[in-house]
Design a protein around this ligand. Structure first.
Ligand code: MG
Ligand code: FE
Ligand code: FE
Length: 171
């Protein structure tokens, strides 16, 4: 175990940070799979634009899982070893895309990002003065999750506007 790196934590136990990071780690795998499978089953208007966004987000969530796993290991912990832990230990859970409609899928994904933003925002608050390395990592991930929410919401709004325009020309 790398003792000096852990010794710089101030007023927080490595075990506490490891526990919280492991929950976020489980979220990232579930988010990865949710985006992956959404990009496969999605149907409907402007779905190509949505597939591009979902595929990019899936790659981002997998990158986040790597960042979080590496930090857990630096702190002397063990990232979740079994997929069975993902559901049991996550903050945000998993919503199967049972309705493949573009708007339904975007809505589910927006809710997932909003949950991720809350998780990383509280992790940032908790570690800010106490564990600056984790703080730096969770801040980077938080910025990505904020971008994800905005990307999906902008796409959702574009689709609604497009549908409205078509409706107006038909009247
Ligand atoms: Mg994006
Ligand atoms: Fe993520
Ligand atoms: Fe995300």
């Amino acid at each position: 175990m790398a003792t000096r790196g852990i010794s710089i934590l101030k007023g927080i136990e490595a075990q506490e940070v490891i526990g919280l990071l492991n929950k976020a780690y489980c979220d990232e795998w579930l988010a990865y799979y949710q985006y992956f499978i959404e990009s496969k089953v999605i149907k409907g208007i402007m779905k190509d634009a949505a597939i591009a966004e979902l595929t990019q987000h899936a790659a981002d969530e997998l990158r986040h899982a790597t960042m979080v796993a590496d930090r857990i290991l630096q702190l002397g912990g063990t990232p979740a070893l079994s997929p069975a832990e993902w559901m049991a230990n996550s903050n945000c859970g998993y919503e199967a895309p049972e309705d493949p409609d573009v708007k339904a899928i975007l809505k589910q994904s927006i809710a997932g990002e909003q949950c991720a933003i809350s998780v990383y925002s509280s992790l940032a608050d908790l570690t800010r003065e106490k564990d600056i390395v984790t703080y730096d990592i969770v801040s980077q991930i938080l910025a990505d999750e904020v971008e994800h929410e905005e990307d999906l919401q902008a796409l959702y709004d574009d689709i609604e506007e497009f549908v409205e325009q078509i409706r107006a020309t038909l009247e």
